[in-house]
Design a protein around this ligand. Structure first.
Ligand code: GLN
Length: 555
């Protein structure tokens, strides 16, 4: 079922196999008909992740990139929609030379073709393929058939792992129940498949008795049930899997000889995660985030991970809190509450909800010298705030919110206007990696280690309006990153002698964060936030665990 941890399981297996000396890549298959994730609502489906080549895809792709430390491409992602779209395009191109194209086997064969293409493109030794959805769902029958055909073609090269939930009922003495997994395996059997591994997701590690029961009832090989207990940090999952010797099993079953075994760096990361004593408290300010932890963590997962990575890089335990900006519209003096944070982030977003509250919050951070990091929308609104309150453009706004503003400091680009007129919304934003040139001596330049050119990922329609750049820069906001032709503003910042950290990016740096080392800009922000936290956080606070919390009361 969803949220059981298939993505993390796949990413973790990838990490482990990498540590054994193999080049690994990962493919995500989403069973929905949408061609990509770009048109889906993040509060329902989770964050839309963007790859270098502009592919808008599932958040699991982010997990793969972060765990494997590899940049992936659109070859690594498919949906029912994209499989059919490509198959139909090939049929229209007469690639089938007049023969009848059938759902079976042509759709599963198209899936296999895509998997093989990705393997070739990435030159991977091992390709992990995650099939989304649930065994027994109609939607993924064709993908299971692809597995069956692939296994039939190359029986010794294909290994199937089932990630399954093992519930425990408090009325039953918390006993772990293997029955749903037994039925899931039966369901797989009816698709002609027997799993080689069962990854048993449960609150706790599975005991020997239950492992043996599953093996016996499902006809699995000895030792093929791997415990996957709940963890406080996803970065512990590879280490947990290795406790059950998962990599030995995989390599043996695939008949591969290991080249090494090295999870040292990963263990070091885990040690920082669990042992960091000092905390850093970060507030994420945005439009009403909803109430469930699930919604929050899923729609901003990359931001959350980027904050964690940066905190780990400076050996701090991060405490993240969600702050509803609408509160600052109703009661502007409430922004003072922001002074308890080491730093404030305004993440990406769309639409008018909470915008004036966000602008109030940004103003407070700027004036009170609280480290501020704006991501995409957070950068655009920082420019609006600066234009209004420093550059004297009192009615400055983004035309996303106020189409008739007399001072459109953030405006839609001409080519975006053309695209929107066609009403074919899929993939029409500025998407994917673009280069930016950094200004020497700026905070950004220092953060990126003195690099002149960087590459970061985008997903937006609006830009800083070139007509206002001079007026804004004259008042002290520095555009320290621009497109190579200097037309597009990529980074805005206040100089280091004016503010400890006040920086916004038109791109989404969170899409390129890595667990070991973190993203350069998040790390720079975190250093400033940690410094401030050390001054304001009471000692008792450091004992609180990392958690996501909505400050505002439910309406
Ligand atoms: N809404 C803004 C735009 O479209 C920002 C988008 C974002 O934050 N990803 O330009």
């Amino acid at each position: 079922m969803s949220s059981v941890g298939k993505g993390i399981a796949a990413a973790s297996i990838g990490k482990i196999l990498q540590a054994r000396g193999f080049e690994v890549t990962a493919i995500k298959i989403d069973p929905y008909v949408n061609v990509d994730a770009g048109t889906m609502n993040p509060t329902e489906h989770g964050e839309v992740f963007v790859l270098d080549d502009g592919m808008e895809c599932d958040q699991d792709m982010g997990n793969y990139e972060r765990f494997l430390d590899r940049d992936l491409s659109r070859a690594n992602y498919m949906t029912t929609g994209s499989v059919y779209l490509d198959l139909i395009t090939r049929e229209r191109n007469l690639e089938f030379r007049g023969r009848c194209v059938n759902v079976v086997p042509d759709v599963p064969l198209e899936v296999i073709r895509k998997i093989e293409l990705a393997a070739k493109k990435t030159k991977a030794d091992i390709v992990l393929v995650e099939i989304g959805g649930t065994v027994g769902d109609y939607q993924n029958l064709l993908f299971l058939e692809a597995v069956r055909l692939l296994k039939f073609k190359q029986p010794h090269d294909v290994l199937l792992a089932l990630v399954s939930y093992i519930p425990s009922l408090s009325g039953g003495g918390n006993e772990l129940k293997t029955k749903p997994t037994q039925h899931a395996v039966r369901n797989l059997n009816s698709a002609g498949l027997l799993p080689d591994l069962v990854i048993a997701r449960a609150a706790v590690a599975l005991d020997k008795k239950r492992k043996e029961k599953l093996e016996f009832m499902c006809g699995l090989e000895k030792g093929s049930v791997i415990s996957a207990p709940d963890v406080s940090s996803v970065y512990d999952v590879p280490l947990n899997f290795e406790k059950d010797k998962i990599s030995d099993q995989i390599l043996e079953k695939l008949d591969l000889i290991s080249r090494k075994r090295d999870l040292k760096e990963w263990r070091r990361l885990s040690s920082v995660v669990h042992n960091a004593k000092q905390t850093v408290r970060i507030g994420i300010v945005g439009k009403y985030f909803g109430t469930g932890r699930f919604i929050l963590t899923d729609s901003y997962i990359s931001v959350i991970e980027a904050v964690k990575h940066a905190a780990y890089a400076v050996k701090r335990k991060p405490i993240l809190e969600w702050v509803d900006a609408e509160e600052f519209e109703k009661r502007p003096q409430k922004v003072q509450e922001l002074s308890k944070y080491g730093g404030i982030i305004v993440p990406g977003g769309f639409g008018s909800r909470g915008v004036e509250g966000i602008i109030n919050a940004i103003r407070y951070c700027r004036e009170k010298k609280i480290p501020y990091f704006g991501l995409c929308y957070g950068m655009q609104l920082a420019v609006v705030e600066f234009a209004r309150h420093v550059a004297g453009l009192k009615r400055a706004h983004t035309t996303e919110i106020d189409k008739k503003t007399p001072e459109p400091v953030i405006d839609i680009m001409a080519d975006q206007k053309e695209k929107l007129a066609v009403k074919n919304y899929g993939g029409t934003m500025r998407l994917g990696a673009y280069p930016a040139i950094l200004k020497k001596g700026s905070i950004a330049f220092r953060a990126y280690g003195g690099k002149r050119q960087i590459s970061e990922r985008h997903r937006h329609r609006y830009e800083v309006n070139p007509q206002y750049i001079d007026r804004i820069e004259k008042k002290g906001l520095v555009f320290s990153g621009t497109s190579p032709d200097r037309r597009l503003m990529e980074i805005a910042e206040l100089p280091a002698d004016k503010h400890p950290f006040f920086l916004g990016t038109q791109f989404h740096p969170e899409l390129k964060t890595r667990p070991i080392g973190g993203h350069p800009l998040f790390k720079e922000f975190m250093k400033a936030a940690a410094k401030r936290s050390a001054l304001i956080v009471p000692a008792s606070f450091s004992r609180l665990p990392l958690r996501a919390r909505v400050l505002a009361k439910k309406k």
